[in-house]
Design a protein around this ligand. Structure first.
Ligand code: ATP
Ligand code: MG
Length: 248
């Protein structure tokens, strides 16, 4: 079976810093893969490269077996097939939630206002935000903002959703509502790649967990295996530290 998303020997440097050092990773359709590893190991860079926000230096990124990192590929067309959500949700403060989430489809994809708003209302309702449609981001909680950012990413009906530490900026009591949105999406079969420091959540929702170290995938396994029986010494050390910090 062709993987939905596959990274093959992906390299990326910023100046003299070699950040991705030959990443190999396959994500099947409907699969949830969590990227874990110490700060600076390249989790965000992987997601940005997959969404073609950063260009890779070497290797291939395949979507349905098709090389989207090749020269001549229109990045906008690829990006429409993927959604990305960041830690800082980046909603426009001067626009209502409804305008924030319909802006992209209307401007970039030429969807008409009524159709975009109808789609947006369905999604806002699905994630418990229907009554917030006319509100402005600065009058909502971090959890509500982040859920609105997820809705915005879903507006193009992406085939793959990329989530970068989407709970890290939230107060602990708001983390749960965003995690339950992700859990719902996983249950609905959304293919997702998440960078996360929430090991408990990774264990709960991931089909596979990939541990990164120095720009390589050191080990990838189902969470029960990886957390209970890490193979690489680096993974063991990382999980030990996470456990000591009370995060596993
Ligand atoms: N635009 C950039 N210019 C220069 N260096 C960068 C850039 N983006 C990332 N880096 C460097 O690449 C490395 C990997 O960064 P990245 O953000 O991917 O790590 P991360 O695993 O997401 O870390 P964290 O857990 O802290 O989010 C870091 O050393 C970072 O300083
Ligand atoms: Mg990061």
């Amino acid at each position: 079976m062709t993987a939905k998303l596959e990274l093959i020997n992906v390299h990326k440097s910023f100046g003299t810093t070699h950040v991705l050092n030959g990443i190999d990773l396959a994500v099947d359709e409907h699969e949830v893969v969590c990227l874990i590893g110490p700060s600076g190991c390249g989790k965000s860079t992987i997601l940005r490269c997959v969404d073609l926000l950063d260009t890779i230096d070497e290797g291939h990124i395949l979507l349905d077996g098709y090389d989207v990192s090749a020269k001549g590929v229109n990045p906008d067309e690829v990006r429409r097939r993927m959604g990305i959500v960041f830690q800082s949700y980046n909603l426009f403060p001067h626009l209502s939630v409804l305008d924030n989430v319909t802006l992209g489809p209307r401007r970039a994809h030429g969807v008409d206002k009524d159709a975009a708003e109808a789609h947006a209302m369905t999604l806002l309702d699905r994630f418990g935000l229907a009554d917030k449609a006319e509100d402005y981001p600065n009058r909502m909680s971090g959890g509500q903002n982040q859920r609105a950012a997820v809705v915005r990413a879903l507006m193009s009906d992406p085939e793959v959703l990329l989530l970068d530490e989407v709970t890290s900026a939230l107060d602990p009591e708001l983390v749960g509502e965003v995690l339950s949105v992700i859990r719902e999406l996983a249950g609905a079969g959304m293919t997702m790649v998440l960078a996360t420091h929430e090991m408990g959540f990774a264990r709960d929702v991931a089909n596979k967990v990939a541990f990164l170290h120095e720009g390589r995938v050191l080990e990838v396994a189902p969470p029960a295996e990886l957390f209970a029986n890490p193979q690489a010494e680096r993974t063991q050390q990382f999980l030990q530290r996470v456990t000591e910090a009370g995060r596993l």
